[in-house]
Design a protein around this ligand. Structure first.
Ligand SMILES: NC(=O)C1=CN([C@@H]2O[C@H](COP(=O)(O)OP(=O)(O)OC[C@H]3O[C@@H](n4cnc5c(N)ncnc54)[C@H](O)[C@@H]3O)[C@@H](O)[C@H]2O)C=CC1
Ligand SMILES: O=C([O-])CC(=O)C(=O)O
Length: 356
């Protein structure tokens, strides 16, 4: 229902401000888009993207605007969301898009959200490790997750910001402190490792990457990225040279892009693709679709470490079941030991950040 108090111009301004806070000031046309008769938006999920104006955030926002399961899309960043929101809102899909700018609008961006996707934070430059991003990104993730705990404690969080191996433990500590922690609802996004593994394996096998599925376990940095090439479907075998080449390429896929971009950032387009794929899997599972299994970095008892990426079965409440590693060959067992050592340090660093 349209509010009926005040002049038509007042009504239009109020509705416009509600639909898109950035429209409140500076919108010049007499009839603002939000004053049109339909409320817009089919039934569906409410999704927020935090860091929506960034290299990942922009194409991810576009892809989520194209997802028919998303009825409302909130785009939050500390810069440039009015422009990104205006641009994406012109796409003729049913999703209603609203923009939110700066910390004063964080709570409004988060209230009522079913899924919050977080690609906020600094990307790497050549010569940096993901861990070199810790000092900047730990604080950003902390503040954003405090907002989640305050405004949408039951939401499912897809965390992309690096170093994922540490930011997921940071987010868990934030939620524990706030008394809202549900480990099933906090998912570190490692889908890009799977996307890359499928692509590189398909290249070696000479098949369509869409027909290949490679489990990638462990974490999301260097040796913690552990592709299980013995468990590829459809079943296939590799020579030792192929295994070494593929493992190295998958573990260093991020660095390959960082170096190719030569200072202009890290993977953004393939990451947006991967995040949209993972977000869609979460939404389908939240809607009740059965049998959805994706790799994700989550609270886990598969190893002695408190967080580990494996296949997880997604459901209405997030990561409903953490699936076991399955049989590993000698090469993978060796890789697992190396992965666990580095991963443990990154997890402890994240936890220590929140408890100092
Ligand atoms: N999990 C994964 O597989 C991957 C993770 N990443 C990580 O994703 C993050 C983002 O990468 P890009 O989009 O390329 O970086 P970018 O610099 O292009 O965009 C980051 C965005 O975050 C925003 N931001 C900064 N502080 C914020 C805050 N407090 N609240 C909200 N937004 C804030 C910036 O304004 C910017 O628009 C990086 O940490 C990167 O390392 C990148 C690729 C793959
Ligand atoms: O390598 C980076 O810094 C970004 C990232 O996580 C990836 O592309 O896998």
């Amino acid at each position: 229902m349209l509010p009926d108090a005040g002049s038509p111009a007042d009504r239009i301004a109020r509705i416009a401000a509600h639909l898109n806070p950035q429209m409140e000031e500076g919108a010049s046309s007499a009839l603002r888009p939000a004053a049109c008769r339909g409320k817009g938006g089919a039934p569906g999920f409410k999704v927020a993207i935090l860091g929506a104006a960034g290299g990942i955030g922009q194409p991810l926002s576009m892809l989520m605007k194209m997802n028919p399961l998303v009825s409302v899309l909130h785009l939050y960043d500390v810069v440039n969301t009015p422009g990104v929101t205006a641009d994406i809102s012109h796409m003729d899909t049913s999703t209603v898009v609203r923009g939110f700018l700066g910390p004063q609008q964080l709570d409004a961006a988060l209230t009522g959200m079913d899924l919050v996707i977080i690609p906020a934070g600094l990307p790497r430059k050549p010569g940096m490790t993901r861990d070199d991003l810790f000092n900047k990104n730990a604080g950003i993730v902390r503040v954003l997750c405090e907002g989640v705990a305050r405004c949408c404690p039951d939401t499912i969080v897809n965390l992309i910001s690096n170093p994922v191996n540490s930011t997921v433990p940071i987010a868990a500590e934030v939620f524990k402190k706030a008394g809202t922690y549900n480990p099933k609802r906090l998912l570190g996004v490692t889908t890009l490792d799977v996307v890359r593994a499928n692509t590189f394996v398909a290249e070696v096998l000479g098949v369509d990457p869409r027909d290949v599925s490679v489990p990638v376990v462990g974490g999301h940095a260097g040796v913690t990225i552990l592709p299980l090439l013995s468990q590829v479907t459809p079943p296939c075998s590799f020579t030792l040279d192929e295994i070494k080449y593929l493992t190295n390429r998958i573990q260093n896929g991020g660095t390959e892009v960082v170096e190719a971009k030569a200072g202009a950032g890290s993977a953004t387009l393939s990451m947006a693709f991967a995040a949209a794929k993972f977000g869609d899997a979460c939404l389908r599972a939240m809607k009740g679709e059965a049998g959805i299994v994706e790799c994700s970095y989550v609270a886990s008892q598969v190893t002695e470490l408190p967080f580990f990426a494996t296949k997880v079965r997604l459901g209405r409440g997030g990561a409903e079941e953490i699936l076991p590693l399955g049989p590993l060959n000698d090469f993978e067992r060796m890789g697992l030991e190396m992965a666990k050592k580095e991963l443990n340090e990154s997890i402890q660093k994240g936890i220590a950040f929140m408890n100092k």
